[in-house]
Design a protein around this ligand. Structure first.
Ligand code: P6P
Length: 338
């Protein structure tokens, strides 16, 4: 059976669903092409002279890897000329990136974490690119886009996805009609549809959290994880397994592929911050994907996609994946809140 390419899939989505504006189709194709280039650079590793860190730090105060900066540049250059975007925002850039005047402007906003999981780059563990698409507010027409125009709840996203650079290079995408995955055919250089309408099982026996932070967790997180660890003899009545790749893209991909729950909650190490992960270009796109696949995503007390952002780089606690587990962990948070 001849498999569909990303282009065929998107054209059919546009034709059948009419929900996919041609501008968004073009945008996704360009981002997917940029991800191929990023995957190619990542795949070269030491042979490409792109491993290791730079002297610089990003807006998050994190040391930048050479590949972080290269990936960011690939996405900026790929998307500037197309005429579909009004502006871009990136984990690697403090402020938004306006489309240069020499190019036409569009009505969409693209946000991305160009290379998530940087700590894994130099040790050959899966990493990825996460992206989110919003529509610029109508009132932004005819004026320069501002950071405020990006501060929309995740429920406003028109598309979201990620590329994961692992044993296979894969693109996982939603345009609001289910979640679909594409595998890169490295010989032809095309993204080939390999799974449609991905569904996350509501129940799971696998949780993902960085256990080294246990002593810093809030009680509801401790309660939830302790019950998982108690296994058959505990209140859950079943044994759990644990995974933690420390690349959100890899952990979420596993959950989309076979179920599971992912937690990166608030902890007492930085009490003033709601969590480590970023709302706009990590939690929101991943939450859209997870919900489109029948899962759930909260910050412990609220649906992540309902959160009204107040800053471009704001952080958030994340509990996402199999609905039964997310609901239980959220229930414990709400009970603790009283
Ligand atoms: P920790 C990667 O740096 C990242 O932003 C996510 O991809 C990942 O889930 C998390 O941080 C890992 O954090 O504290 O376990 O290293």
């Amino acid at each position: 059976m001849k498999r569909k390419t990303l282009t065929q899939f998107l054209i059919e989505q546009q034709r059948d669903k009419a929900a996919l504006p041609s501008e968004v189709r073009l945008l996704i194709e360009i981002v997917a092409r940029a991800c191929k280039a990023i995957g190619h650079a990542v795949g070269k590793g030491a042979l490409g002279g792109v491993l290791g860190s730079l002297e610089s730090e990003n807006v998050q105060g994190e040391v930048q890897k050479k590949l972080d900066v290269l990936s960011n540049e690939i996405l900026l250059e790929a998307n500037e000329w197309g005429g579909h975007l009004a502006a871009m925002a990136s984990e690697e850039m403090e402020t938004i990136h306006l489309i240069p005047n020499r190019y036409p402007k569009g009505e969409y906003l693209l946000l991305f974490d160009p290379l998530d999981g940087s700590s894994n780059i130099d040790v050959n563990v899966s990493i990825g690119t996460i992206f989110s698409v919003l529509r610029a507010p109508d009132e932004a027409a005819g004026r320069e886009v501002t950071e405020q125009d990006f501060l929309q709840a995740g429920s406003k996203q028109v598309a979201a996805g990620y590329a994961v650079y692992g044993p296979q290079t894969m693109l996982v995408l939603t345009v609001g009609s289910g979640v679909h995955s594409f595998t890169l055919d490295r010989e032809l250089g095309s993204w080939v549809l390999t799974q449609s309408d991905i569904q996350i099982p509501a129940d799971t026996k696998e949780f993902a959290i960085n256990m080294s932070n246990m002593r810093h967790w809030a009680p509801p997180v401790k309660q939830y994880v302790d019950e998982c660890l108690a296994g058959k003899t505990g209140p859950r009545g079943k044994d759990f397994n644990m995974r933690w790749v420390a690349s959100m893209v890899a952990d979420v991909h596993r959950i989309l592929s076979r179920g599971g729950v992912f937690l990166y909650p608030w902890d007492a190490r930085e009490p003033g911050k709601p969590g480590k992960l970023r709302l706009m270009y990590e939690a929101n796109p991943m939450s859209m994907l997870v919900e489109q696949a029948g899962g759930a995503a909260t910050n412990g007390t609220q649906r992540i996609l309902d959160i009204q952002p107040s800053a471009l780089h704001e952080r958030v606690s994340v509990i996402l994946g199999s609905k039964t587990e997310v609901d239980l962990a959220t229930k414990y948070h709400l009970e603790a809140k009283g």
